[in-house]
Design a protein around this ligand. Structure first.
Ligand code: URP
Ligand code: ZN
Ligand code: ZN
Length: 456
């Protein structure tokens, strides 16, 4: 397979070149590669060729209190690959008192043979007790090298500091990495109760009960634990300028900390909680959308590398049925929004407007997730020896994002009406063309589980 005539986005530069992929792997990158007899080619003339995206934060087929996410691995990864993402890392879960192994087995059942993208899992750890460390080591032997803790949702999946700290010690000892959802759970639960008394049916109560400093306080505490234990820690979905600054200061001190933000925090703001009727429920997620004046700091964080990645936290719930479960009672609205399909086109358009070059966008959406989560250089970059995961992007094809044309299995998109200039034209997974001229041409899911290893 040769991808011909495009401008190739490499690490920190761009160049005109053809790319040859053999047996799934890139074997040659140079100008004017001649086709061998019978060799297939894909036209990329006038287009950019970028590494297939890696979305390091999805929730497919995830149970919620009274429902479950509307996208499973089949629909979610199909939408992802249509949007230029060729690898996803999903959060596997199990409940307190259950075995971590059962959580992993369940997530394999959900994903194996049903994923269009190559995929891996982070394992969520909802408790720390005798034997948890051994279970973490067992996960690592099975290719799960990243874990997740929540400092909120303490009534279900979240952990207390006295659990988080030994978890981080274990993460340090094993060389794994811990993703952390940072909000002060005790404060926000107190505030939720307060707003439930005052204003249970007003969706504004959602952001009011989770103010900016509820995130920043937890981020700072988690950074301090990372510094004390020496663990590698990845702060998911950073939504505020203050949290970003705390991460920047920690990086300067040499703490092993990484920051992720998401398109929703870069592009949407708290005015979405002022919509008529129940429409604001479409934007209920945690952390909530913030005041617009946080956005320049987040973009700046991406430009200067304080924020390492842009993932989606794709967690879709049907608006008409599932989001409505919380009508009249804001804490019962399932938390989460869709985005896996639109991340790349949004970042290519709005990232460019914010001064991010194509390689900087590739760095945040592919290269850095690969480096942080043990997939580099197999994934995340265009280089000889890397997997032939590629997307070919039309650079001047203005179109509007809309639920009417999306592939995600959900009845709305939070980016309805957003214009984007670039369009995903072709997508290749390990050299196989999966999306051609914007259409899915591979009907069967061909994604493989990525068994990762600890690299020290
Ligand atoms: O509201 C959100 N983000 N739901 C998904 C779970 C999480 O907190 O990441
Ligand atoms: Zn979260
Ligand atoms: Zn999440």
């Amino acid at each position: 397979m040769i991808v011909k005539g495009g401008t190739v986005v490499m690490e920190a530069r761009e160049k005109r070149a053809d790319i040859r992929v053999k047996d799934g792997v890139i074997v040659e990158i140079k100008e004017n590669i001649s086709l061998e007899e019978g060799e297939e080619s894909v036209d990329a003339s006038g287009c950019m060729v970028m590494p297939g995206g890696i979305d390091a934060h999805t929730h497919f087929d995830m149970p919620a209190a009274e429902c479950k996410t509307s996208d499973d691995f089949f629909s979610g990864t199909r939408a992802a690959i249509m949007g230029g993402t060729t690898t996803i890392l999903d959060f596997a879960e199990f409940q307190r008192g259950e075995r971590m192994q059962d959580g992993l087995d369940l997530w394999h059942e959900k994903a194996d043979g049903r994923s269009f993208c190559d995929f891996g899992f982070h394992m969520t750890v909802p408790e720390w007790k005798e034997g948890t460390g051994e279970q973490i080591r067992s996960m690592i032997r099975q290719g799960i090298t990243s874990f997740k803790a929540y400092t909120a949702y303490q009534d279900s999946i979240g952990v207390r500091d006295k659990e988080l700290y030994p978890m981080m010690e274990c993460i340090k000892e094993t060389g794994a990495i811990l993703c952390v959802h940072c909000e002060n759970g005790e404060v926000l639960e107190y505030l939720q109760k307060k707003y439930l008394k005052k204003n249970p049916d007003n969706i504004r109560s959602h952001p009011l009960s989770r103010p900016d400093l509820v995130e920043k306080e937890a981020v700072s505490r988690v950074i301090d634990f990372a510094e004390m234990t020496g663990a590698r820690v990845y702060i998911v979905h950073v939504s505020t300028g203050e949290a970003k600054q705390a991460i920047g200061r920690a990086k300067e001190r040499g703490v092993h900390i990484y920051g992720e933000t998401c398109p929703q925090y870069l592009l949407l703001d708290e005015s979405c909680y002022e919509l008529p009727g129940f429409d604001s429920a479409k934007y209920v997620l945690s952390p909530p959308l913030r005041k617009k004046d946080n956005q320049p700091a987040l973009w700046q964080g991406l430009r200067e590398g304080v924020l390492d990645t842009v993932s989606t936290d794709h967690c879709s719930f049907f608006y008409k049925t599932y989001k409505h479960l919380g009508k009249g009672y804001f804490t019962r609205i399932p938390n989460g929004i869709p985005g896996v399909e639109h991340r790349m086109e949004l970042m290519l358009h709005y990232g460019e407007q914010q001064g991010l070059s194509p390689w900087m966008i590739a760095r945040a959406t592919a290269e850095n997730p690969a480096r942080i989560f043990g997939l580099y250089p197999r994934k995340g970059v265009i280089g000889v020896g890397s997997d032939g995961d590629l997307m070919v992007v039309k650079t001047d094809f203005p179109h509007m994002i809309s639920a009417d044309t999306q592939n995600q299995q959900v009845d709305y998109t939070p980016y309805e009406g957003f214009w984007v200039k670039k369009k995903i034209r072709h997508v290749l997974l390990r050299g196989q063309i999966v999306v051609k001229e914007g259409k899915l041409v591979q009907e069967e899911p061909g994604g493989r589980f990525l068994k990762r290893e600890i690299s020290r």
